[in-house]
Design a protein around this ligand. Structure first.
Ligand SMILES: Cc1cc2nc3c(=O)[nH]c(=O)nc-3n(C[C@H](O)[C@H](O)[C@H](O)COP(=O)(O)OP(=O)(O)OC[C@H]3O[C@@H](n4cnc5c(N)ncnc54)[C@H](O)[C@@H]3O)c2cc1C
Length: 353
C-alpha cells in the first residue's frame, strides 16, 4: 500500500463510498473526507433519503444507460452473494396513463416507451396485456429488479471500504484545494475525487451552477406491498409522482414528488396526505395485514444537473488533478457502480498523464 497512489475522495454518500470502494479494489490508497457519513441525517446529505430501487428512466443516452447497465449486474450479484448488503429482488411494475404517452418527460424518459432500452437486460421483461391493467392506464411493463434498504446498504458499503483499507475523516471543506492535504498518510494527495452531490454548487473551486435540487418527499410505513409500483403521472400536478417500494428488513416507501429548484427541507403535510391517498388507490394490498402505519415522513434533495451527471477529469489550478462524480439526480444508486467504474478509468488516465 505504501507506494500506491494517494487519493482523497470528498463525500460519503453513495457516489463517494462506491467510488472509494472501486478505487481501493484497484490498489489505490484512499481517504474519504466528508461532512456527513452513514448514520447521519441532514437535508444536505441526500443518500439516506432515497427509496431506493433500480428503475432506469434513461432515454437515448448511451453513457447513462451504460452506468445503469453495469449497476444492474452488480446489484444482481450482491442479491445472491451478500445478504448483509440490504438488497433484495423485487418485481418492478410501471403503468402509463394515455395522457402521458406522448409526453417528453426528463423525469420518466424511457419508462414511457412500451419497450425501454433495458428490456433485454433485465430478467423476465413483460409488456403487460392492456386488458389486465388497472382502470385509467393503457400500457404497462413488469420486470425483475431490486429494492435496497439504504439504512442497511450505506453502512455496508462503508464497511466494505474499511475492509479494503480506506480511511475516513469527518470534516467540512470550504474549498476543494483543502482536500490535497487531508490524506490519512499525512502526504499530499496525488488525486482528488469530488463526490459532493448537491453541494458541488457551493464548494469553493467547483461552484457548479448547473446543479439544482429535485426535492423529493416520501412516507415510510410499516406495511408491505407485493411488488414495486410506479405510474406515469398523477392528477395532483406535474411535479407529483406515485411510487411504492417495499424494502428488505422492513418498511415500505411511498412517494413522492420531484420539485425542481425547491430547497425546502420541511415536510409538506398536504403533500403527504396526497401521497398516501394515491398509494392506497394504486395498491390497496398495502392494508392487507393492518391499516396504514406510518414510521416517518422524509424529505430529500436529489442532486440534479443540467446536461446530466458530471463524471469528468479536470486539471484545477492550485489543486491538481480532480475527477468529478456528482449530479446523478434521481439515479444515484442505480447508476452508482457504472459511475464509479468511470471514475476508476479517469483516475488511471490521470496517472498515465
Ligand atoms: C426521495 C428520493 C428518492 C430517491 N430514490 C432513488 C432510487 O430509487 N434510486 C436511485 O438510484 N436513486 C434515488 N434517489 C437519488 C439518490 O438518493 C441520489 O442520487 C444519491 O443519493 C446522491 O448521492 P451523492 O453521493 O451524489 O450525494 P450525497 O448523498 O448528498 O453525498 C454528498 C457527500 O458529500 C459531502 N460533502 C458535500 N460538500 C462537502 C464539503 N464542502 N465538505 C465535506 N463534505 C462535503 C456530504 O457531507 C456527503 O457526505 C432518490 C433521492 C431522493 C431524495
Amino acid at each position: 500500500m505504501t507506494n500506491a497512489k494517494k487519493i482523497v475522495v470528498i463525500g460519503a454518500g453513495v457516489a463517494g463510498l462506491t467510488s472509494a470502494l472501486q478505487l481501493s479494489k484497484k490498489g489505490y490508497d484512499v481517504t474519504i473526507v466528508a461532512k456527513f457519513v452513514p448514520g447521519d441525517y441532514d437535508i444536505e446529505y441526500t443518500s439516506p433519503w432515497a427509496g431506493a430501487n433500480w428503475m432506469s428512466f434513461v432515454k437515448d443516452n448511451q453513457r447513462l444507460a451504460n452506468y445503469d447497465r453495469i449497476t444492474y449486474g452488480v446489484f444482481q450479484r450482491l442479491v445472491k452473494e451478500c445478504p448483509d448488503a440490504g438488497i433484495w429482488p423485487q418485481r418492478c411494475i410501471t403503468y402509463v396513463r394515455p395522457e402521458d404517452l406522448d409526453k417528453q418527460s426528463d423525469l420518466l424518459g424511457g419508462l414511457l416507451d412500451a419497450r425501454p432500452w433495458f428490456a433485454d437486460l433485465v430478467g423476465n421483461f413483460t409488456m403487460l396485456d392492456p386488458s389486465t391493467l388497472p382502470k385509467g392506464y393503457c400500457q404497462g411493463i413488469a420486470y425483475d429488479s431490486v429494492c435496497m434498504n439504504v439504512q442497511v446498504y450505506l453502512p455496508w458499503l462503508q464497511s466494505q471500504c474499511f475492509a479494503n483499507g480506506v480511511k475516513l475523516k469527518v470534516i467540512t471543506l470550504k474549498h476543494i484545494k483543502e482536500a490535497v492535504n487531508l490524506h490519512a498518510s499525512g502526504c499530499k494527495a496525488d488525486l482528488i475525487v469530488n463526490c459532493t452531490g448537491l453541494l458541488a454548487s457551493k464548494l469553493g473551486g467547483v461552484m457548479d451552477s448547473k446543479i439544482y435540487p429535485g426535492r423529493g418527499q416520501t412516507v415510510l410505513v410499516r406495511n408491505h406491498a407485493p411488488a414495486m409500483y410506479n405510474v406515469s403521472g398523477t392528477t395532483d400536478g406535474e411535479d407529483e409522482l406515485t411510487y411504492i417500494m417495499s424494502r428488505p428488513g422492513g418498511g415500505t416507501i411511498l412517494g413522492g414528488c420531484y420539485q425542481k429548484g425547491n430547497w425546502n427541507g420541511a415536510v409538506d403535510p398536504n403533500l403527504a396526505e396526497r401521497i398516501i391517498r394515491r398509494s392506497l388507490e394504486l395498491c390497496p394490498e398495502l392494508e392487507n395485514d393492518f391499516p396504514l402505519d406510518i414510521v416517518r415522513h422524509n424529505v430529500g434533495l436529489r442532486p440534479s444537473r443540467e446536461g446530466g451527471p458530471r463524471v469528468e477529469l479536470e486539471d484545477l489550478d492550485g489543486v491538481g488533478k480532480v475527477v468529478h462524480n456528482y449530479g446523478a439526480g434521481g439515479a444515484g444508486y442505480q447508476s452508482s457502480y457504472g459511475m464509479a467504474d468511470h471514475v476508476v478509468e479517469l483516475a488511471e488516465l490521470a496517472f498515465k498523464e
